[in-house]
Write a protein that binds this ligand. Structure first.
Ligand code: HSE
Length: 435
């Protein structure tokens, strides 16, 4: 029976998940592929000993031993971050090895160079686990939706941020405490600011946009806001307004330009995305032939992510066996067909908004704010004032009708300069019902 040898770099959460999945599913994989997939080496800086069941797998501290080992067919990079991951990936490709990675930071920043090197050397790069944890979203986009013009992508793509928002909403637990739980459960990135500030979500959106539209894009081109300024009060007010706050990735394809944004969003409670809880992710595509598709599953965690990495290993093993390496282009589009597209400037967005202001509770304050909004042609849908204080500030919430983001920016700058406004304004976009 043919044997495919895998070299694993990085025995952290996802690395352990892959080893565990290959071990627990070995007989099923033989039945499904007619091959044995063997872990032929693990490289990790900090691991001194492997668990008993992997005792026969050679362990090294030096990843280059795996990258240069002629026996190994596939290198799986699961150390994360840009360097030394990029060097190991490029060296593996140069050695003619196929690569599997879950590294969204690397692909969303250095993907162009890595995919070009792989195409030139005739090897495959699998990256299913880079978006949506265990959800087979990459394969769905690349193969299941191949006969579609993708009209929009919208989703919850960070398990940690969704877990934090969910527990803050359902249990009223403070932000910092929930974050600790997410780290303990292995959902969070090594640097959790990536999760909280929306950067990890932007990495993932960049990968999906590249594949959906056949356009090169890095995460630096995506307007990104995180959830660190969301307070329990906003979550409570959202509830009063019939919404839940979610960190959404949104991209709409307008033909000559495409939206690319990640930000906290007020999602109406009856919208499908409002019900996605905990570390779960959900990614919605609209295709011109298929219509709406929603993919849902565990977006983070050891075993679900290990399942996605294993799926890539199996795909490559099958292509090796059938002599069909490169049958499906890594990014779905042929490299020569990739075209840059204009990204819609945020100022051009048009939708409803939630503003939470902290204002002195005095006559004329609301009139001054309403005057500025009117000057910018921003129409108010509702106003909520919480509490009453003779001395000190109170929260004042304004929900708007559809407004242009450039106008909102100008108005909030002026409002922020009023003496009666005592703290920075919190602005949250409300999901446009048509989205
Ligand atoms: N830190 C990521 C998350 C892991 O929380 O979703 C999966 O990419």
């Amino acid at each position: 029976m043919k044997e495919i040898k895998v070299g694993l770099i990085g025995f952290g959460t996802v690395g352990k998940g892959l080893a565990e999945v290959l071990y627990s599913q070995r007989e099923r994989l033989v039945k499904r592929t007619g091959m044995t997939i063997r872990l032929a080496g693990i490289a990790d800086h900090g691991v001194r000993e492997l668990p008993e069941k992997f005792a026969d797998v050679p362990l090294t501290r030096d990843a280059r031993e795996l990258v240069s080992n002629p026996e190994i067919d596939i290198i799986v990079e699961l150390i994360g971050g840009i360097e030394p991951a990029k060097t190991f990936v490029l060296e593996a490709i140069a050695q003619g090895k196929h690569v599997v990675t879950a590294n969204k930071a690397l692909l969303s920043q250095e993907g162009a160079e890595i995919f070009a090197a792989a195409a030139a050397r005739g090897v495959e790069v699998g990256f299913e686990a880079s978006v949506g944890g265990g959800i087979p979203v990459i394969k769905a986009l690349k193969e299941g939706l191949v006969a579609n013009r993708i009209l929009s992508i919208m989703g919850i793509m960070n398990g940690t941020a969704n877990y934090i928002l969910t527990r803050m909403t359902d249990e009223g637990i403070p932000f910092a405490e929930v974050l600790k739980d997410a780290q303990r459960l292995g959902f969070a990135e090594a640097d959790p600011t990536y999760d909280i500030e929306g950067i990890d979500t932007a990495h993932k959106l960049a990968i999906l946009m590249t594949m959906a539209y056949g356009m090169p894009i890095t995460h630096h081109q995506i307007a990104t806001e995180g959830i660190s300024r969301i307070e329990p009060m906003d979550i409570e007010l959202a509830r009063e307004l019939g919404c839940r706050i979610k960190l959404l990735a949104i991209s709409r394809n307008h033909g000559d330009h495409v939206e690319a944004r990640v930000h906290p969003t007020m999602v109406p409670q009856d919208h499908l995305l409002a019900s996605i809880s905990g570390p779960y992710n959900a990614i919605h595509f609209q295709g011109d032939t298929v219509g709406n598709v929603l993919l849902y599953g565990q977006g983070a965690g050891m075993i679900p992510t290990g399942s996605a990495v294993a799926a890539d290993v199996v795909d490559i093993a099958r292509d090796i066996q059938s002599g069909s390496i490169g049958r499906v282009p890594s990014l779905s589009y042929l490299p020569a067909e990739m075209r840059p597209r204009r990204i819609t400037p945020m100022d051009e967005l048009y939708g409803p908004y939630y503003f939470r202001l902290t204002v002195l509770d005095q006559p004329g304050v609301l009139a001054a704010i309403a005057g500025i909004l009117s000057k910018y042609e921003i129409s108010i849908e509702s106003v909520i004032q919480k509490g009453r204080k003779k001395v000190g500030a109170v929260p004042l919430v304004i929900v708007t009708h559809h407004a242009r983001e450039s106008a909102v920016r100008g108005a909030l700058e002026e409002i922020g300069n009023l003496e009666s406004v005592t703290a920075p304004v919190v602005k949250i976009r409300i999901l446009d019902e048509e989205e």
